[in-house]
Structures are given as structure tokens and as C-alpha cells.
Design a protein around this ligand. Structure first.
Ligand code: ADP
Ligand code: ADP
Length: 236
């Protein structure tokens, strides 16, 4: 269970997120909807602790995420796995190596210096690629792939991080409709099979309707809607 209380972030005079409170249960697939600049990205980055809150608290399964430091913070960042609009793969590395990047935080330092992964890590990476239907591309360079394929590799990388939560920040904003369906379908399948909660920023309400169990509307940093997909249709 993810619990957010009064979460606020200011950038100078801009209140990017304004006292947002919400709870997300295991297995929920939450679409976060709002215009550009509404605060969606700030919300996800606050949860991952890429951005520090000005006020408020984040609690996950009873533990205060906002108080984490050092190793515990690194663990949390790995567990709250981010998916980005621009995939954030390393072009020069193979698909398999890009997925192994997700294991770095779980690998002893001396092994990462020499890039020695255990056979077990490679097996996990291949298994994750297989779930995303990308195992056949494991040895290609990341930049040989289409955008939709790159995003599926990024999801595989998130999976090997042993995530407890998936935070997807506009994961399909730069993809064509076919790739969009493949990526959203993959997130939905992982959500259903693993019971992982997913928070997914979207700016198309139609996508949220098709894939999400719950929709959160954000406007000028404030929560303006929170409910099941059907309630949105009633409100419109
Ligand atoms: P969204 O993801 O909904 O497009 P953001 O969370 O990116 O919105 O931005 C919310 C507001 O906070 C915007 O006004 C944006 O300009 C501002 N903002 C976000 N990040 C920063 C930053 N690092 N520095 C200054 N202002 C920022
Ligand atoms: P370090 O300070 O150990 O070199 P970084 O600052 O690169 O580590 O990253 C800090 C933590 O954030 C690491 O545990 C890493 O796994 C995690 N991290 C980096 N990128 C992502 C991402 N895209 N999604 C989730 N966690 C990430």
C-alpha cells in the first residue's frame, strides 16, 4: 500500500504539487491525467525521491519513504522503478546489457567495476526480455530498435530491479498507436500477473479508459478527480 499525505513541491514561486493525498492499493493500475505542466511528472519523481518534497509524507507498506537515506534510499529508488518517455537506454550497449543495468544496484560493487554479472542475473534479464517479447533482440544494440521496442526493454530493465511499484512517466507519448498498444498492454499484463501497482502518467484520457482501473486528475498541482474509470464518464 502506497500512502501519500499532503505532498507538496514548490519550485520558486511555482507550486508544482499542492498538498496531494492519496492511497494506492496493491494491484491497482492508476492513470494520472492532466495537461502539460499540471504536476504529473513531479508527483512520480517525488515518489521515487528523484525530487525532494517541500512538505508532506510518502509511506509504503508502513515504512516512511520520505525519511530514507543512503542505502535505504538507493533500495527504494530501485523498488519504485521509473519508466521514462524517452526510454533512457544506453544506445551503445546491447539490449541484454541495458536490462542488466537494472541489476547494478543489486550487484556487489566489485562485480560492477568489472561488469561481471552472475549467471543468475543474465538468466533474470533474459526471462524479463522474454516476458516483453524482446528476447530475440537481446544481442542487438539498443539504438537498432524501434521506439516501442526500446520502451519494452526499459520495462524489462525495471522488472529485474525487483520493483514493488512501477512509475511510468508518459511512457507512450512518443510512440505510434501500434507501439502504444504493445507498451500499455505489457504494463497491464505485468500489473495483472505480478500484482504490482502501476502509476502511469498519460495525457490521453482514452488510453486511461482502455488500460487503467482508476484515474487521478491533476490540475495546477492539485488533485481534481480520483475514481474508477466509470465515474469519469459520469462526471463528463
Ligand atoms: P507535467 O508532468 O504534468 O507536465 P510537471 O510536474 O513537469 O508537470 O511540472 C509541474 C510544474 O512545475 C510546471 O509549472 C513546471 O514548469 C514546474 N517544474 C517542474 N520541474 C521543475 C524544475 N526542476 N524547476 C522549476 N520548475 C519546475
Ligand atoms: P549511485 O549513487 O549508487 O551511483 P545513482 O545515483 O546512479 O546511484 O542511482 C541511485 C539509485 O537510483 C540506484 O539504486 C539506481 O538503481 C536507482 N535508479 C537509477 N535509475 C533508475 C530508474 N530509471 N528507475 C529506478 N531506479 C533508478
Amino acid at each position: 500500500m502506497l500512502e501519500i499525505e499532503g505532498l507538496t513541491r514548490k519550485f520558486g514561486d511555482t507550486i508544482a504539487l499542492d498538498a496531494v493525498s492519496l492511497r494506492i492499493a496493491p494491484g491497482e493500475f492508476v492513470g494520472v491525467i492532466g495537461r502539460s505542466g499540471a504536476g504529473k511528472s513531479t508527483l512520480l519523481r517525488l515518489i521515487n525521491r528523484l525530487v525532494e518534497p517541500s512538505a508532506g509524507r510518502i509511506v509504503f507498506d508502513g515504512a516512511d519513504v520520505t525519511a530514507k537515506r543512503g542505502g535505504a534510499l538507493r533500495d527504494w529508488r530501485r523498488q519504485a522503478a521509473m519508466i521514462f518517455q524517452q526510454f533512457a537506454l544506453v544506445d551503445q550497449l546491447s539490449v541484454l546489457e541495458n536490462v542488466l543495468v537494472g541489476r547494478l544496484a543489486l550487484t556487489p560493487r566489485w562485480r560492477t567495476w568489472t561488469l561481471q554479472f552472475k549467471a543468475e542475473d543474465r538468466a533474470l534479464a533474459i526471462e524479463a526480455l522474454d516476458r516483453l517479447d524482446m528476447a530475440q533482440h537481446a544481442l542487438k544494440r539498443a539504438d537498432e530498435l524501434s521506439g516501442g521496442q526500446q520502451q519494452r526493454v526499459a520495462i524489462a530493465r525495471a522488472l529485474v530491479q525487483e520493483p514493488r511499484l512501477i512509475l511510468a512517466d508518459e511512457p507512450v507519448a512518443s510512440l505510434d498507436p501500434r507501439s502504444t498498444a504493445a507498451v500499455m498492454g505489457a504494463l497491464k499484463r505485468i500489473n495483472a500477473e505480478d500484482g504490482l501497482p502501476v502509476l502511469c502518467n498519460l495525457h490521453h484520457i482514452d488510453l486511461a479508459r482502455d488500460y487503467c482501473t482508476r484515474i487521478i486528475g491533476v490540475r495546477r498541482g492539485q488533485l481534481v478527480f480520483d475514481g474508477p474509470v466509470e465515474a469519469l464518464d459520469d462526471a463528463a
